[in-house]
Write a new protein. Sequence first.
Length: 287
Amino acid sequence: MASGGIQYYITRMNIAEKLIVINVLIFILDGLSTALLGYSVSQWFHLPKGFMDFFGQPWSLVTYSFFHGGLGHIFWNMLMLYFTGRIFLNLFDAQRFINVYFLGVIIGGLVFLLSYNVFPTLLNTNTALIGASAGVTAVLIFICAYIPDQEVRVIFFNVKLWYIGVFFVLIDLVQIPIGGNIGGRLAHLGGAFLGYVYARQLLKGKDIGSGFAKVWEAIAQLFKPKEKKAPMKTVYRKNASKKSAAEYDKEARQRKIDTILDKISKSGYESLSKEEKDFLFKAGKED
């Protein structure tokens, strides 16, 4: 009963919520390992600053995003991921979210690597990169660039998304000269760059993440269990053709959602009518 309940809630989660659960679980397990065993395997998943070290663990270009340095670090990242994920997934499907998030993680990691091997003041610094910030920033800046004039509630005020995007980018730029967490700030800016470019290209009808989506699907296929062939059954055409009214309603609703999303990909979110925006928002909350 309990396992069935957990499985039900997991299947009901969207991709952003699933990422939050994975990040939190890894944070807890890594903390327990360090506290009780005195050893953590996390060093094999952090992104090192040296190219030679990186070549020894290339997977760290992605896995670094699942580890965090403290409670405050993971709390703010996951909080931002939750709210930006809700807005993003009202507009696009889970695959496009994965594209933006993990491409942001990868570009952020590459910016970190290049910076610590190019800029003189960083060459002798002993550090490594962890945290989901680059991916979260990519998602945030994507929605800020895609629907810049959309307003969201921040405490007592309505603020346009592009104001929020500019604010977060400026925060990172201003803090680099101060010297606090330079590697993380640079990774944020890499993720922000990816999110902005992805959104602007998508508004022009070009999905720059389509190649990544194919790679992701190929990797996912490797871990999918082989389906057993079910025994052949006799199906009567008369019964197969019958559909309930609820099924017809569900199909019609999905067709309308697909039509609206297609309109967004061709003409942008602002081309939608108020009725279409309201319908898409309600559909996102119900799903």
